[in-house]
Design a protein around this ligand. Structure first.
Ligand code: AMP
Length: 444
């Protein structure tokens, strides 16, 4: 199906065409007609699925078709995002797709000057993309009026709740007119999200393009279990051996991100760190430097990395696993976007094995384990999640990404080993496994 069959008008199609998009992504196919039909939508879409265009395109069309009721130029569409980076990226999409329409838009978030934003808001904008905190600052200062909002979009709503924005969201909702169209996008669905959706949406249509809490099929995932003190060395080894030119590396803490970044630089790997203590300018610069290739590695904490959209980012590395399993899904969603393949590598030490278990439970799948001599763990990991695979051949297909197979052929010290293999061979409880064919395969 083409974009033109979705009912989008020529000026939007022209802008889409200029982006080089040849056909709509699944979320766009589902969301665009529903939004154009003025339905409230609850969308479960993973990161990197093209969801931004999925709501931006129909929104632009509806706004341009209908003249504003107001004499003064008040905000007609409000898009709320959890982070500054995501706000900037959504705002960029609004500008890109709406370039041939006569609609004004802007983005407001904290960490940058208040007054320039105030001046733009004073002139009037149709579409406002904002993070909740700075939005409320403007409301308090009476530099923003939300009484004419016709469309509300909550983007990455799960993340907004994780970041504790629920009270801010409620405050904002209380200021909006009752009669409006609402769109809620979330990569994962928790009970809190359902509760928020119930209070916000009117007879919503639920659309999902991937199963809940499922990671993208485009991302090949692997785990190295090793001792904590070996992580730095393995990371440097992987970056160098696999000749990684662009990777996003996640740490749990801001301090950890700084320390790791310094270590990588000392090892001759150009790197930058991005986290909440960095100024907005430094965050934007680091991201730009990674995008244009002047740094190879961006070390980031979860909050700072949220919303980062780098076309064809090949690698995401979890230097430390997140303790919230959904964050893992968000992290690896930075790679394998819009039809590209990506590789997600996790370095897991003994104290993180429980996190790994709950991530696998959430995704209902086991992550392939790679063993690299010299970088092994004292602790054996026995997974809980059973993977449905027909034979051992498909298992090796799953574990081998382009990079790992390239790597294996180059270096004799790498062995690919799967976690069930380990458990089948070394744990008595599996001898009576109820799936004998699997056992036979593994025994061979
Ligand atoms: P999003 O999920 O909105 O963050 O989008 C992820 C990436 O997909 C962005 O880099 C978009 O530019 C790109 N994208 C969006 N729609 C399409 C499409 N129909 N075809 C190809 N790429 C797309």
């Amino acid at each position: 199906m083409s974009f033109s069959s979705l009912g989008l008008d020529a000026l939007l199609l022209k802008a889409v065409n200029e982006q080089g998009y040849t056909k709509p992504t699944p979320i766009q196919l589902k969301a665009i007609p529903l939004i154009l039909a003025k339905k409230d939508v609850l969308a479960g879409a993973q990161t990197g699925t093209g969801k931004t265009a999925g709501f931006t395109l129909p929104l632009l069309q509806l706004l341009s078709q209908k003249k504003s009721n107001s004499q003064t130029k008040e905000v007609r569409a409000l898009i709320l995002t959890p982070t500054r980076e995501l706000a900037a990226q959504v705002g960029e999409s609004v500008t890109t797709y709406g370039k041939y329409l006569n609609l004004q838009s802007t983005v407001i978030f904290g960490g940058v000057g208040f007054n320039p934003q105030k001046a733009i808001l004073k002139k009037g904008v149709d579409i406002l993309t904002a993070t909740p905190g700075r939005l409320l600052d403007h409301i308090e200062q009476k530099t923003l009026n939300l009484s004419k909002v016709e469309f509300l979009v909550l983007d990455e709503a799960d993340r907004m709740l994780d970041m504790g924005f629920i009270h801010d969201i409620k405050k904002v909702l209380a200021l909006l007119p009752k009669n409006r169209q609402n769109l809620l996008f979330s990569a994962t669905f928790s009970n809190e999200i359902k509760k928020l959706a119930d209070g916000l949406l009117n007879n919503p249509i639920l659309i999902e393009v991937a199963k809940r809490n499922e990671s993208s099929a485009q991302v090949s995932q692997k785990v190295y279990t090793l001792d904590k003190e070996r992580k730095k060395d393995l990371l440097v080894h992987l970056i160098k051996e696999e000749k990684m030119q662009q990777a996003l590396v996640f740490t749990k803490t801001k301090h950890g991100a700084n320390k790791l970044c310094e270590h990588l630089i000392r090892c001759g790997i150009s790197s930058a760190a991005i986290h909440g203590n960095k100024s907005q300018g430094a965050r934007t610069k680091a991201l730009d430097d990674l995008k244009k290739g002047s740094v190879r590695i961006l070390v980031a904490t979860d909050i700072a990395a949220r919303g980062i959209d780098i076309d064809q980012l090949p690698h995401v590395i979890n230097y430390e696993l997140p303790n919230i399993s959904e964050d893992y899904v968000h992290r690896i969603g930075r790679t394998g976007r819009a039809g590209n393949v990506g590789i997600a590598i996790s370095l897991v030490c003994g104290e993180e094995l429980e996190y790994l278990k709950s991530i696998e439970r959430l995704m209902k799948k086991e992550i392939a384990q790679e063993i690299l001599t010299g970088f092994t763990s004292k602790q054996v990991y026995t997974p809980e999640v059973k993977v449905k695979r027909r034979n051992s051949r498909s298992r090796s297909n799953m574990s081998s990404s382009n990079t790992s197979s390239k790597y294996e052929s180059k270096s004799p010290i790498v062995k690919t080993k799967h976690k069930e293999e380990k458990s089948f061979s070394s744990h008595k409880r599996n001898e009576n496994n109820t799936t004998p064919r699997r056992s036979r395969n593994y025994a061979r």
